[in-house]
Design a protein around this ligand. Structure first.
Ligand code: NDP
Length: 282
């Protein structure tokens, strides 16, 4: 099984569970809770959520899924950039903890860079750590220049991870952000590993080359896409799935290996970047 290790932590399965769009529709609540619990049963420990998702609704779903089994999860939430100031971050984190029915997060991320100076957000994260409300902190949607600035701030090296968009049709991070992060032994969390954005995902799922490889391996294109994302050292994928069938497939992708021939076919169809491009975001 493919794993990743955040600095100072035990190894974690390299596929976790996303929660964007959960908590939006009351009729789907039970299904979403059950899907997350099925993922935990299959060892998908990392659960990623945010105060933004359904304005707290997704955190409530996660809280319900974790009732009585908080210790089985490695829980991540995110703070809005405008809540990332020294006082606001503590209050935002406390609201998240209440919705999640827990007293600590394993990881708290700045969702994207806003107007609050990085230095102030680092102080806020350090203060939350001292209070035992978060174990680690990190960032999201930071390109290489933002990371260099962060690493140069006092305390900035404690950033555990950067959560960014990454899938086989969006490989920009391979040019500089990913190698730089790997060199510093800082794992990346890959969001939208299944290219969530509607039409794009459908066209990838219907891509003849991907279908052919998947068929030969007896897997789905979604599993192929996940195995491809986690093929790299230090990359964790957090697909969101609200059906048990999808969760089972995603967990099984932890054990799928792609050989050099398969990787070469994918490289030809979805080439690696040859120059710098702006970080892709949703
Ligand atoms: P994903 O690329 O994970 O795609 C999710 C979609 O894929 C859902 O429609 C889901 O369907 C479907 N799906 C899941 N598993 C399978 C499968 N095995 N076969 C076929 N379809 C499948 O997109 P997300 O945008 O949700 O990204 C993942 C997570 O990353 C988010 O949920 C969120 O936690 C995080 N994220 C972070 C961002 C940031 O700015 N930091 C931005 C965007 C996402 P169904 O639900 O029906 O199972």
């Amino acid at each position: 099984m493919k794993t990743i290790t955040f600095h100072g932590e035990d190894a974690l399965p390299a596929i976790g569970q996303g929660t964007w769009y959960m908590g939006e529709n009351a009729a789907l609540r039970n299904q979403e809770v059950t899907a997350l619990q099925a993922g935990l049963d299959l060892g998908l420990k990392v659960i990623d959520t945010a105060e933004m998702y359904a304005e707290g609704g997704a955190e409530q779903i996660v809280g319900e899924a974790l009732r009585g089994r908080r210790d089985q999860a490695w829980l991540v939430s995110k703070v809005y950039p405008w809540n990332a100031g020294e006082m606001d971050a503590v209050e935002a984190c406390e609201r998240s903890l209440r919705r999640l029915q827990t007293d600590y997060l394993d990881l708290y991320l700045l969702h994207w860079r806003g107007d609050v100076p990085l230095e102030e957000t680092i102080r806020a994260m350090e203060s939350l750590q001292q209070q035992g409300k978060i174990r680690h902190w990190g960032v999201s949607n930071f390109d290489r220049d933002d990371m260099l600035e962060l690493w140069n701030e006092p305390g900035g090296n404690a950033c555990l991870t950067n959560q960014v968009l990454y899938h086989l049709a969006s490989r920009g991070i391979e040019y500089d952000l990913l190698p730089e992060s790997q060199q510093r032994a800082m794992p990346i969390m890959a969001y939208c590993p299944l290219a969530q954005a509607g039409r794009l995902r459908q066209s990838l799922f219907e891509d003849a080359k991907l279908q052919q490889i998947a068929q030969q391996k007896g897997i789905s294109v979604a599993q192929l896409m996940l195995a491809w994302v986690i093929r790299q050292q230090g990359v964790l994928a957090i697909p969101k799935a609200s059906s048990i069938a999808h969760v089972q497939q995603n967990a099984a992708a932890l054990n799928i290996q792609l050989n050099n021939d398969e990787l070469a076919i994918i490289d030809r169809a979805f080439p690696a970047p040859q120059h710098k491009t702006a970080l892709d975001v949703v």
